[in-house]
Design a protein around this ligand. Structure first.
Ligand code: GLA
Length: 732
């Protein structure tokens, strides 16, 4: 058991392979947070948080220990920090009681362990029978409001998950005005926060900022986790890097509005909160009902970001993604979007499939434009009825034609949106989220469906089932091409409108659960205008995500590098497309486009019928090469070697995947800047066995693992723009 309960010390200690997390019930029954960091022998870590220097203007709770005048919610580390009762730091939960008062004082009631990882009603969560669960129950000092803290401990991956269930056992309803999942008091120190911001076609750009006395936050109020901020941050020592220093990953298993906030407080201590964004959130919890907060997934590493990322990668691959394609080899696909956009018919698609098959492609994906009269993005969302004119027959017939070419068939949906020009909107205008009093905003000419309503979700479910049952479909791309505005559900009374954002997510997760479990053989890929919903919530339902609408290999270096901090290569949709690139007009070698897409799911997104013979041969070579490295790339340990965010340090971006036993590695290095009279560059490899000899791409010479890791491997240079190389490192 990875959970230690010490009744004498009243401590609750979570232990993973390399980390330790501890809480302690203090003399007033408050659950204090005493430690989260490197593993050590058991001790009561209370001394680390007990030394509070009293500061005036920090109020004492009515029953504070009279020998401790500095005892204040404003000063002590608490597992959940509550708003309204004298804690002026970042707080995570705000309870409006029946009588209108605001605040609660949770005090310890009980703790129990469970074998296996807890699950969360209606929400995605990590799972695993080998993991352990600790449930600590607290109760407000006054009202029958219970706070059940859930902890999941995944020993092997140094992963600790956390959730909070707030249960109302009073006779009336209460309101949650704030229900973030996590409060985390960091050990003493000075910390940075690394976060991943961006925009459409420029997702997950890495930025690093010192956490000082003003709040620093990443958040979304877009009804989706969004391109603009990712619900994942790293809080780290100010000197931490890929290999050294303490790093705490904090990720939300949630795809909607979120907030992750940190600050240094009056005790010069850093505090972090994470969970559902409290803006426009106000959730009624009826008597004898409960509210479940989304899960937070934390990994601590004292060997820098590389180790932290690898722990997340393994945990996400093995204990978050589900279904057949969690482990099965995924087919190499071609998607017609950049090849044809809306301008296609069945003959065109079959011709593309025919050519692609010759190169070794295994799955043909028909993107947007196959339903209703959708020849542009002004209409038809909501009417999931195949356009048999365009498809020159039924959908089933088209699937069969593609299958007859020897390929699987896949299809695009955007189930959460509705066009004004659609039969569904004409019949049910109230299905769209819109305020009664004003015309809603359009975005990409469409509205968002009110997924807080079960009848709306059921309508879409039935439509999807009809399509999926009608043809031999092996793959679904699930898109979401706008954000939520004009939040208002006609199905809820005025005082419950603050519930709509979260109820939307519950409706979406319900639909995803129903569809993905009904079609276990279908490979699902999540998408939101590219990587606008790349988060652990979506990965519970779909094992891969279209990383970005930007398919340029050079821009992709930063996008995929940033994404890799939390998310494994196997989740990153990556395609080879044409040049000049459709998003930025850049021209890159086809080989470089392939090499970058290898460190993702690798697929194609272009009109193969327009390629030259040489290009077709190159793609055929790439598919063969990608497949030969498939296991190594998809399941190996992943290391970031040279960052594309530091051009002042290197002209290259390089990453590496290594077999867990260090016996084989594959390095990809891309030169993204040009330079005359160029200097020689070496890259230091990682994860090899120091005392073993290796060959590089079958070289005659051999190199000691420690030499390759400490001195580095020479990066060869081709005299072209944007050259790239793969280096296959094998035991001599
Ligand atoms: C989004 C997706 C694209 C494509 C289009 C279709 O932008 O990210 O890949 O599917 O929608 O409209």
């Amino acid at each position: 058991m990875s959970i230690l309960i010490n009744n004498e010390d009243k401590t609750y200690t979570l232990l993973t392979k390399n980390t330790m997390y501890q809480m302690k019930v203090d003399e007033t029954g408050v659950l204090e947070h005493t430690y989260y960091g490197a593993k050590m022998e058991y001790m009561d870590m209370h001394y680390a948080v007990d030394c509070i220097m009293g500061t005036s203007f920090s109020p004492n709770p009515a029953d504070y220990p009279k020998n401790k005048w500095a005892y204040s919610y404003n000063q002590i580390n608490q597992e959940i920090s509550m708003a309204g009762i004298g804690d002026f730091r970042l707080t995570s939960v705000g309870v409006r009681n029946t009588d209108g008062s605001f605040g609660a004082e949770p005090r310890f009631v009980s703790a129990r362990t469970e074998k296996g990882k807890y699950s969360l009603k209606g929400l995605p969560a990590f799972y695993g029978e080998d993991a352990d669960t600790l449930v600590v129950t607290l109760k407000d000092k006054v009202y029958d409001i219970y706070f059940h803290l859930y902890y999941g401990v995944f020993e092997e991956y140094d992963l600790i998950t956390r959730s909070l269930v707030i249960e109302n056992k009073t006779n009336d309803s209460i309101k949650l005005e704030k229900a973030l999942t996590l409060t985390l008091d960091m050990p003493n120190g000075t910390y940075d926060m690394i976060y991943f911001h961006g925009r459409h076609t420029r997702e997950r750009m890495l930025e690093r900022t010192r956490i000082k006395h003003s709040q620093i936050s990443v958040s979304s109020m877009r009804g989706a986790s969004s391109h603009m901020e990712n619900p994942f941050v790293v809080v780290c020592d100010k000197n931490a890097n890929e290999e050294y220093g303490s790093a705490w990953g904090i990720g939300l298993v949630y795809s909607g509005n979120f907030l992750i906030s940190a600050e240094k407080n009056l005790q010069e201590k850093t505090i972090v909160v994470a969970g559902i964004n409290p803006e426009n959130f106000n959730f009624e919890v009826a008597s004898n009902d409960e509210f479940v907060c989304p899960e937070v997934a934390m990994v601590y590493s004292n060997e820098g970001f590389g180790k932290m990322s690898n722990s997340y990668h393994k945990a996400i691959r093995n204990n978050l993604t589900r279904g057949k394609y969690k482990n099965a080899v995924r087919p190499v696909l071609i998607n017609n979007w950049e090849g044809t956009y809306f301008d296609f018919n069945a003959d065109k698609l079959v011709a593309m499939a025919h050519e692609a098959k010759k190169m070794g492609v295994e799955l043909f994906v028909m993107d947007d434009g196959w339903f209703g009269k959708r020849d542009n993005d002004f209409c038809a969302l909501g009417d999931w009825v195949p356009n048999e004119n365009k498809l020159q027959g039924t959908l089933s017939n088209l699937a069969k034609r593609i299958n007859d070419e020897g390929m699987k068939f896949g299809i695009w949906f955007e189930p959460e949106c509705i066009s004004e020009d659609s039969d569904l909107y004409r019949a049910h205008p109230d299905y769209a989220l819109a305020m009664k009093s004003r015309a809603p905003q359009v975005s990409r000419n469409q509205y968002v469906l009110d997924y807080s309503r079960k009848d709306v979700v059921d309508n879409i479910y039935n439509q999807l089932v009809k399509v999926l049952d009608s043809a031999n479909i092996s793959y679904v791309k699930w898109d979401f091409n706008r954000h939520i505005t004009d939040l208002y559900s006609v199905a809820l009374p005025a005082e419950k409108q603050g519930e709509v954002y979260h109820r939307y997510m519950l409706g979406l997760y319900d639909l995803l659960e129903r569809i993905t479990s009904k079609y276990p053989d279908i490979l699902f890929e999540s998408c939101s205008g590219g990587g606008g919903r790349f988060d652990m919530g979506m990965l519970y339902y779909m094992p891969q995500v279209w990383t970005s609408d930007n398919s340029d290999a050079i821009d992709r270096l930063k996008i995929q590098y940033g994404t890799s901090f939390a998310y494994p290569v196997s989740t990153m949709g990556a395609h080879v497309s044409v040049c000049p690139n459709h998003q930025n007009a850049r021209i890159t070698p086809l080989k470089t486009r392939g090499n970058v897409a290898y460190f993702g799911t690798y697929g194609l997104e272009l009109d193969v019928t327009k390629m030259t013979e040489d290009e077709k041969q190159e793609i055929a070579r790439q598919i063969k090469e990608f497949k030969s490295y498939y296991e190594l790339i998809q399941r190996g340990d992943y290391y970031r070697l040279i960052s594309p965010f530091t051009p002042e340090e290197s002209l290259y971006c390089a990453w590496e995947t290594v077999k867990e036993d260090g016996s084989e590695a594959l390095v990809c290095a891309v030169r993204y800047e040009t330079d005359a009279s160029t200097a020689a560059e070496y890259v230091k490899l990682k994860g090899l066995c120091p005392n073993k000899l290796y060959r590089i791409n079958g070289s005659k010479e051999t190199y000691l693992g420690s030499a390759l890791m400490n001195v580095g491997m020479f990066l060869e240079y081709d005299f072209i723009t944007y050259p790239s190389r793969l280096y296959h490192i094998t035991l001599a």
